[in-house]
Write a protein that binds this ligand. Structure first.
Ligand code: APR
Length: 241
């Protein structure tokens, strides 16, 4: 049996599967990844922008960066990797899709049980009172402020130095602990706490599979590491389910 055949067999027999996705899953939709050869961070250094201190000091620059990404994301569509995950979800009694992506493409493709670990770029909230606000901000007209407390409105995403939403993290950790099959898909597996989820799954007895274009720190710990494009490998797999 090849490794792909073993993975197909594991999917067919899984009662409870968890998948952790990262920027690599949306790459084929035209959204650049953060790290790696074609990564955004080679060009821009948004780690300096994606934190609350940077936002308070330079809200205009941070908003410009997010407005650019919002425009880009509005124009793209889910790709074969997203649709393959929708098909896999239909076949397995319990399925949790944990994503670090903030682009909404899993929901758009039809995935149902999605946990957004890092928020959603299309949502906004007040930096002071946390009140969510509508998406239709006219950023060209100046910085947006909270109608309730007057604080600055910010993108509702998790920035460096911030904690994840506790509900989302709890759901993700429970899914990792309870699944019998865990797939790490298109993520550099570097950013905590998401990076610990595959190890948590494995420590609780799950079969661990990774699909990535290149080796990551996780690869040597997996039961199966499939090197290649998520969209290609997963769409092939769905033909056999
Ligand atoms: N198929 C599979 N893997 C791919 C593909 C593809 N088509 N294209 C790229 N990859 C892989 C890269 O090899 C890399 O390992 O996807 C990974 C993308 O890694 P990152 O850019 O680091 O993205 P991610 O792991 O999602 O980053 C985690 O870090 O920047 C923060 O909050 C941000 O959610 C993000 C988090």
């Amino acid at each position: 049996m090849t490794e792909i055949q073993i993975f197909i067999d594991k999917i067919k027999n899984s009662q409870n599967m968890a998948v952790l996705t990262g920027a690599g899953v949306s790459a084929a939709s035209g959204i650049p990844t953060f790290r790696g050869q074609a990564g955004l961070w080679k060009k821009y250094r948004p780690e300096e922008l994606a934190n609350p201190q940077a936002f308070r000091s330079h809200p205009d620059i941070v908003w410009e960066w997010y407005a650019w990404r919002r425009d880009l994301i509005r124009k793209v569509k889910p790709n074969l990797a997203h649709y393959a995950l929708v098909e896999i979800e239909k076949k397995i009694p319990a399925f949790t899709l944990i994503t670090q992506n903030i682009d909404n493409l899993h929901q758009l493709s039809g995935s149902v049980n999605v946990v957004e670990l890092h928020g959603n770029i299309m949502k906004s909230k007040c930096i002071d009172c946390n009140l969510p606000t509508s998406d239709n901000l006219n950023l060209k007209a100046g910085l947006p402020y909270c109608r309730s407390c007057g604080g600055l409105i910010r993108p509702d995403v998790v920035w460096f130095g911030e904690s994840l939403q506790i509900d989302a993290l709890n759901k993700a950790q429970t899914a990792a602990m309870e699944c019998d099959l865990f797939l790490s898909l298109g993520t550099s597996a570097l950013v905590e706490p998401a990076a610990s989820l595959p190890y948590l799954a494995k420590a609780n007895g799950a079969f661990l599979v990774e699909i990535n274009m290149e080796e990551t720190p996780l690869s040597s710990q997996t039961d199966i590491f499939l090197i290649g494009q998520a969209e290609k490998i997963l769409s092939e797999i769905t033909h056999y389910l």
